[in-house]
Design a protein around this ligand. Structure first.
Ligand code: 1DF
Ligand code: MN
Length: 354
């Protein structure tokens, strides 16, 4: 295998769609939340590690998150990444308990992101941050970030202080995303305090498993609550091979059908389009962030259709060059690889590659 290069000589550009950055304003807010006597346990476990643990990996990550310039471009060049679609790193504004402060952190992050994109327009695109803690302000910021700053989507780091986006209190946020005609990336967060106990006890609260449990459930709630019947045009992106939802899909359809028919839950009513799987296929795109595994990617393409599965690296959390090489080497027709690495992202995020 040859080292991957940018420029598309292999027949496609590589557009990585779940790439993280941070800002001084977010780090300052994280520091204050970490110092609170009633700090959220998942937040402490995750961000306590990345901000303060002396091991090489968290130090690499913390440094790389801060750079939106030459170091990041050099790392992309080394890995053959033509373009990163950037989002404010987890848990972003979602853990900030003062809504005005959270809104300020989102606004400054969007300004900094737009500045980096203006400097490197062929290498960076980005998704807006917002602070759903104040839904009205979040809607306004989404309109500004997409309409004025030209960002390409909205990324929300899953639960917002323990609340989920299907809650009607967040209607204005989803309305704004739908109206701006951009995708909503629901990125993982650690499980909220009400859910994290046994996961944290076993060291399974983070990216190893807890992220997927929490965020897969969030995506599923968007379907089963009927939220997507209220927002019929909303397109949602989830990473990590769909947080395992494609693998669950048969059972989800069966048990959802049984639950609805027998009226078991007030919170689970019949859906306009019927099955859970219909919503997953019509409202979701799935990225392979963190999963450089050919069989899982092909299975997901079969379940979702090859137009709805996209490449992501998850820089700087997981970025070995060997993963790019393994994906380049997948036994897959070139035109399908081109959809996966390049054209699905260009269409969904409305990106024009030079
Ligand atoms: C980790 C993984 C952290 C992902 C992340 O943000 C993250 C990790 C704080 O490995 O702890 O975005 N990820 O998406 O897999
Ligand atoms: Mn990520």
């Amino acid at each position: 295998m040859t080292t991957p290069k940018t420029g598309g000589a292999q027949g496609y550009l590589r557009i990585a769609t779940e790439e993280a950055f941070t800002t001084p304003e977010l780090i300052a807010a994280f520091r204050e939340e970490l110092a609170a006597p009633d700090v959220d346990p998942g937040f402490l476990s995750l961000i306590g590690y990345y901000l303060d643990h002396p091991a090489e990996r968290p130090r690499f990550v913390a440094n790389a998150l801060m750079d939106l310039g030459e170091q990041r471009i050099a790392h992309m060049d080394e890995r053959g990444i033509d373009r990163q679609i950037l989002g404010l790193t987890a848990p972003g504004t979602n853990v900030i308990r003062n809504p005005d402060r959270a809104t300020m952190v989102a606004e400054t992050a969007n300004d900094r992101l737009a500045e980096a994109i203006a400097k490197y327009p062929t290498r960076f695109s980005g998704m807006a941050a917002c602070a759903p803690q104040n839904p009205k302000a979040a809607a306004r910021e989404i309109e500004r970030a997409i309409g004025k700053l030209g960002l390409s989507g909205v990324l929300i780091n899953s639960h917002i202080l323990g609340e989920y986006l299907d809650n009607p209190k967040f209607n204005e946020v989803l309305e704004a995303i739908e109206a701006m005609d951009v995708p909503l990336y629901i990125h993982p967060n650690t499980p909220p305090a009400s859910m994290i106990g046994p996961l944290l006890e076993a060291g399974l609260d983070g990216a190893i498993f807890g992220f997927g449990v929490e965020t897969g459930m969030h995506a599923l709630r968007m379907i089963t609550s009927g939220a997507l019947d209220r927002f019929p045009k909303l397109q949602i992106v989830i990473g990590h091979m769909g947080e395992a939802l494609p693998f669950w899909l048969y059972r989800l359809d069966f048990m959802h059908g049984a639950g609805v028919r027998t009226g078991r839950y007030e919170s689970m009513k019949a859906l306009k389009k019927g099955k859970v799987s219909t919503y997953l296929r019509e409202h979701f795109h799935i990225t392979n962030s963190g999963v450089a595994w050919e069989e899982a990617i092909k299975f997901t393409q079969k379940v979702m259709g090859e137009d709805r599965v996209l490449y992501a690296m998850d820089y700087p959390y997981q970025c070995p060059i060997a993963e790019v090489e393994a994906l380049d080497a997948m036994d897959m027709p070139l035109e399908v690889k081109r959809k996966f690495f390049q054209t699905n992202a260009e269409r969904l995020f409305k990106i024009k590659s030079a």
